[in-house]
Design a protein around this ligand. Structure first.
Ligand code: ATP
Ligand code: MG
Length: 413
């Protein structure tokens, strides 16, 4: 007997799985009663076990000995994907690691339903990589390989905003024109559609590689990394000349997916060297501390929390992992300034999506916000200015794509 089809919304930050039950799209509980699983993996070196989701995050917060990874989807299509690295006595690639993560979800779904899932309907962003079709195609092939590693015999891909439009069919009445604005952890996708309450007619799609993890990176680079010595001077070993501390290490430390690669003896030695020659040693000493004590992810979580808080009121980034009581301010205005250029990029891509279908921005009657980062003020400010006549819906922000993929499991494979 052939197995069943599982809908999988594999996200940069969160993943959900679903299927049709009694004619309704249904997301399955995957961690206790929760129907989303943070896309995070922890290799626990002491217990020699792999943890997923909230359990992985908890190990990180508890300071367990091991290796933590988040935002793995960002690596699809890059050369890092197929490099083998030693983890708990095995030589693993990111195909294996994402494969483990997807297999974990498959196992959870099978335990929940008693069914066997041998095929997947997977979401995919409109573009994994903006403006690079070769890399984009490579990313989908990488993800296909991950599904195979997880034990799925076949996978069909559906663009994430198309799934979201299906799940939102009921929002539109006749003569309505909807724009799905899906801003997740890694990508921003737009879909222009019409509908009759149950079916949707997709008019155009567009997308760029920009999401909440990029917002975290930009906030970190502007406000946090300067506290670790970014933009400060380092003396030459001989003479009085100075130069700026090199930027690359700060860029990596501010990027969720890159953090695990910084924890090497070489990088630590370079950071200690910079600290020794620093004009402001206290700051670059924190860089060395971040690498030695593996504080990168803790810092990224603190930045993410401040980014969310600063949407509504002036906030601060808690840097207590370095020194008790250390914080750096992040005001609402400073957050808006750090993300202003990204608001422009979102506006340009949404505009291109609308006009490509022969419509004007004034025609859009409904803006449907999907994805965690659609809750950012920069997104609402940009989109409501672009489509001034549209009603704003954000009711199904975190479930729409999973529901749409669950609906798609009922289509002929
Ligand atoms: N209240 C909030 N305000 C602003 N941003 C938020 C809020 N809650 C979550 N986020 C951000 O939303 C992002 C995660 O959103 P979501 O779960 O939709 O992404 P994803 O589906 O995993 O990613 P993608 O679809 O891009 O692969 C994170 O970057 C998180 O910081
Ligand atoms: Mg998503």
């Amino acid at each position: 007997m052939p197995g069943s089809v599982l809908g999988v919304d594999f996200g940069t930050s969160n993943t959900a799985v679903g299927l049709m039950r009694d004619g309704m799209p249904t997301l399955l509980p995957v961690e206790g009663a929760e129907t989303t699983l943070p896309t995070a993996v922890f290799f626990d070196f002491d217990a020699r076990a792999v943890r997923y989701g909230r359990a992985a995050n908890q190990e990180l917060f508890d300071g367990s000995y091991g290796r933590y990874m988040r935002a793995l989807k960002s690596i699809l299509g890059t050369s890092l994907m197929h490099e083998k690295r030693g983890l708990m006595g095995q030589r693993l690639t990111f195909v294996d690691i994402i494969g483990h993560f997807l297999r974990h979800l498959k196992t959870q779904a099978e335990a929940q339903t008693g069914q066997t899932f041998d095929r997947a309907v997977s979401g995919r962003p409109v573009h994994f990589h903006s403006g690079d079709p070769t890399r984009d195609a490579k990313a989908q092939e990488d993800l296909r390989a991950c599904y195979a590693a997880a034990g799925f015999k076949d996978v069909r891909f559906v663009p994430e905003p198309v799934a979201a439009a299906r799940a939102n069919a009921a929002v539109l009445g006749s003569d309505a024109l909807g724009l799905i604005v899906d801003i997740g952890g890694g990508t921003s996708d737009f879909t222009l559609f019409t509908g009759d309450g149950s079916n949707v007619d997709i008019l155009s799609t567009g997308g760029i590689r920009l999401g909440g993890t990029d917002f975290d990176r930009l906030v970190s680079l502007d406000h946090v990394m300067p506290q670790l010595g970014k933009g400060t001077d380092v003396r030459h070993s001989f003479g009085d000349a100075t130069h700026l501390a090199p930027n690359a290490v700060f860029a990596d430390l501010a990027t969720w997916a890159k953090i695990p690669f910084l924890y090497t003896k070489d990088t630590l030695r370079q950071a200690q060297d910079l600290a020794r020659h620093a004009v402001e040693p206290a700051k670059l000493t924190r860089l060395a501390q971040a690498i030695e004590e593996e504080l990168g992810h803790d810092l990224a979580f603190a930045v993410e929390a401040a980014k969310i808080a600063a949407n509504t009121k002036d906030s601060q980034v808690d840097m207590g992992m370095f020194e008790k009581g250390l914080t750096v301010p992040l005001t609402t205005a400073a957050l808006a300034a750090s993300l202003a250029d990204q608001g422009t990029r979102l506006t340009e891509e949404a505009y291109a999506t609308i006009t490509r279908a022969g419509h004007t921005t004034d025609n859009v009657t409904h803006l449907i916000f999907v994805g965690g980062s659609s809750l950012m003020s920069v997104v609402e400010t940009a989109m409501t200015a672009l489509c001034p006549n549209a009603h704003l819906h954000r009711g199904a922000a975190l479930t729409a794509i999973g529901d749409g993929l669950a609906l798609a499991t009922a289509d002929p494979f």
